[in-house]
Each structure stands twice: as C-alpha cells, then as structure tokens.
Design a protein around this ligand. Structure first.
Ligand code: DC
Length: 230
C-alpha cells in the first residue's frame, strides 16, 4: 500500500501530539513532534546563558546553532518517543514552563526555522510519516497528501495543559497557563516567517467538544480513506 505524508498543524495544547502519535501507531508510520525540536533549541539557549529573562541573545544562538543536535528515541519501557538534545534525554525539561514561555521567541528566528525545516523535510523523504507542528502543511510539506488543522478554544486548551502539568509536576497555575496559551497563539500567528495559518487544502478539526475516542476514530477513518485513494 502507498505511504503518504500526514501534516497535523494547529494551535498549542489542542491535543495535536496525542492525535498524531495515535495515528502514527495505528498506521505503522513514523511520528515527529516538531514542537519538541523548537523546544530543544530553546532549552539549549537557556542552558547556555542566551536568555536574559525572556529576551534572547539571537546573535549568540545563531553562532552556535550548528552545535545543536536533535534526535528522537523510543523509551523501551513506556514505548514513548523521547526528545534527545546532544545525546541527552530532555523530554521532561523541554515541557517545563520556563521553556514554554521562551519557545515562541526562538521559533520566530528565521535561521532556526530554516535549520529545523530542512531536518524535518529529510525525515519525510521516504513518506510514511505523521508530523505535527504549525507550518507542516504550509511550509515543510506543502504537497502532503493529508493535512489537518486542529483547533479548540483557549480555555479548553489551557484546562488540558493545566491537568497535564498538575499530573507531571504536582502543581500548576491555570491563569498563568491561559495567558501563556493566548500569548503563544498571538506570537505564532503574527511572526513574519511561516506564521501559523491553515493551509488552503487542510481539513479543519475543532475538538473543543470531542472526546479523544471520537477524534481518534475520525482521524483514522480519514487517513485510511486518503491512503486508499493515493
Ligand atoms: O507544539 P508545541 O507547543 O510543543 O510547540 C512549541 C512552540 O514551537 C510553539 O510556541 C510554536 C513553535 N512551533 C513552531 O513554530 N513551528 C512548528 N512546526 C512547531 C512548533
């Protein structure tokens, strides 16, 4: 059967990665979380003193961009995909509030996007891939056979992120998360390079009122339909 490229784009914290991961598993495809790649670059910048508060020393990051090596590995026990930055498992660190608050500033740098987009395109060369992000259907794979654009209200997304952080870190602040979700929406959709926007040929999925099961079923049916036609 022909393999295709599936692009899943949309706003932050609307469950894109869960959907994309489950879909990739169901189809036996590779899953790539491109947000994790922007988060890895951000963690590198934080750990190397390139941030003063939320302000990034962009020249310093550009000079050392070649030192940043990002890959993914699968955890033997849980089966989860983990982000690896320069040989170190950073899956936990890249999900912290400190990274979330700074990542939009890193993701808007043209040299960062150029590097990461090249790596993402190389990962999809053999197809059979589900990639989630913000610009996959518009910039990384404009010819992807199936493009989904996911959205949900900021409040629903903040509540989901709140529950996730509470479980992981034992504490979370809903108002802080809501304002971070809104701030990231704004920066992501207003930056000059590859702003977050729905591709003309993408299918819109608003999952504010959908259960995970409904969403999973809808998506797998859609993907199988497109694969059978390609
Ligand atoms: O999906 P996420 O919340 O983990 O993404 C983290 C940040 O990275 C988010 O603010 C937008 C940015 N991003 C991007 O600009 N382009 C992508 N393809 C993926 C993420």
């Amino acid at each position: 059967m022909n393999k295709i490229i599936i692009a899943i784009d949309g706003y932050s914290s609307c469950g894109k990665s869960t959907m994309a991961k489950e879909l990739a598993n169901a189809l036996g495809y590779i899953y790539v979380d491109t947000g994790a790649m922007y988060r890895c670059v951000t963690l590198y910048a934080i750990e190397n003193g390139m941030f003063s508060g939320k302000s990034l020393d962009s020249d310093a990051l550009e000079q050392r961009i070649d030192e940043i090596k990002i890959s993914f590995c699968r955890d033997e026990l849980s089966g989860k995909v983990l982000a690896v930055l320069n040989g170190r498992n950073v899956e936990k660190e890249i999900r912290s509030m400190s990274v979330s608050e700074r990542v939009s500033n890193v993701a808007k740098q043209p040299y960062v996007r150029q590097r990461l987009v090249e790596q993402q395109q190389a990962m999809g060369r053999k197809k059979g891939i589900v990639m989630d992000g913000r610009d996959i259907g518009t910039t990384v794979f404009p010819d992807a056979e199936l493009k989904i654009f996911v959205t949900a209200s900021p409040e629903v997304r903040a509540q989901r992120r709140y529950l996730e952080l509470l479980e992981k870190e034992g504490r979370a602040d809903y108002e802080e998360i809501l304002s971070n979700v809104k701030e990231r929406d704004y920066i992501d959709s207003h930056r000059s390079v590859s702003p977050l926007k729905m591709a003309n040929d993408a299918i819109l999925l608003d999952n504010s009122n959908m259960s995970l099961d409904q969403q999973r079923e809808w998506l797998i049916d859609k993907a199988k339909e497109v694969i059978s036609l390609s």
